[in-house]
Ligand binder design. Sequence first.
Ligand SMILES: C[S@@+](CC[C@H](N)C(=O)[O-])C[C@H]1O[C@@H](n2cnc3c(N)ncnc32)[C@H](O)[C@@H]1O
Length: 347
Amino acid sequence: MLISANLAIFGEIQEFNISLQDKILRFYQGEKNLTDMITIESPGKFWQDYELIDSGNFEKLERFGNYIMARPEPKAIWDKSLTDNDWNRMMHTRFRAGAGFGKSGKEDCGTWERRKKMDEQWYIKYNSTTPGLNFTLRLGLTSFKHVGVFPEQSSNWEFIYRQTRALVEKAEKEGLPKPKVLNLFAYTGAASLAAKAAGADVTHLDSVRQVVTWARGNMEASGLDNIRWILEDALKFARREAKRGNSYQGIILDPPAYGHGPDGEKWKLDECLNEMLKCVSAILAPKDSFLVLNLYSNGYSAVLGETIVKQTFCKDIEYKALDCGELALEDRFGKNLPLSIVVRLQR
Ligand SMILES: C[S@@+](CC[C@H](N)C(=O)[O-])C[C@H]1O[C@@H](n2cnc3c(N)ncnc32)[C@H](O)[C@@H]1O
């Protein structure tokens, strides 16, 4: 049954497990035209400051550092493993969505109901088993359900760090300038920190001033410096960089379904992604470079991501690997919660 799912496989997974079934499929189908799907498993085993405890009944129960919280999760369509009493006993806070929350692609406000004493803001560490990859993130409860980090992104941070590290080492050997990494729709900056920790020149772009300030605080808390901060509409910036003929060795983009630039520029994933990727393909170095495209939008599949990246980046140009799949978190009870799709290109 799995064989009919048309997806490529992640090339480089070290900290995250591939199931035996996937390995067998990989063997029978040959490495080249692989057509199975991989979920990246929970990083929880080594990431001490994060755990997906339980999921189900359209909610997830997570621990960030010392604090446990329940949040709405539309994809948790199965039953919880723990009882309601267990959840109530464990949680410090629970997010209650306001009427209309999440409708029409817009995340309306909700409220956090406090159950136990907790700080408004606190810090967590990402201590990878990959030497050199560690940083600190400030978290806080926002009125639109986010806390300042998307933990499932950790497998992207690992990929970005390893790719960037290899490019930095190559550049050092050849006496070339540091590789440049551009993070578009960069939010609180975990991916920027991974690239910076690996030694790249990092440009971090987001359209929301408070979010850029938050990211800068995360850089300082991580003992890193010299990230270039840009407050702008991502598409406008990418168009301009393409016109200027600038190029980057690494480009990361995690565009939302809907968003807007600082001057009210409208971002609609369905309508803008194709043009955005065309601009990005003009500024991604043709050799010794990588791309990470992450999509949270419901209804977008990894196949869709792979197709658009292949169309835009892989025609008449050599590449080392093109991988796509889903990012998921595994809860304590072995239930995998899929959260986003990702496409990774290596040239
Ligand atoms: C889903 S978040 C990215 C999460 C991030 N990759 C991470 O893992 O931490 C999307 C971000 O895009 C930003 N954004 C939305 N519309 C934008 C636009 N037109 N230009 C630039 N940034 C935008 C938002 O402010 C938000 O920070």
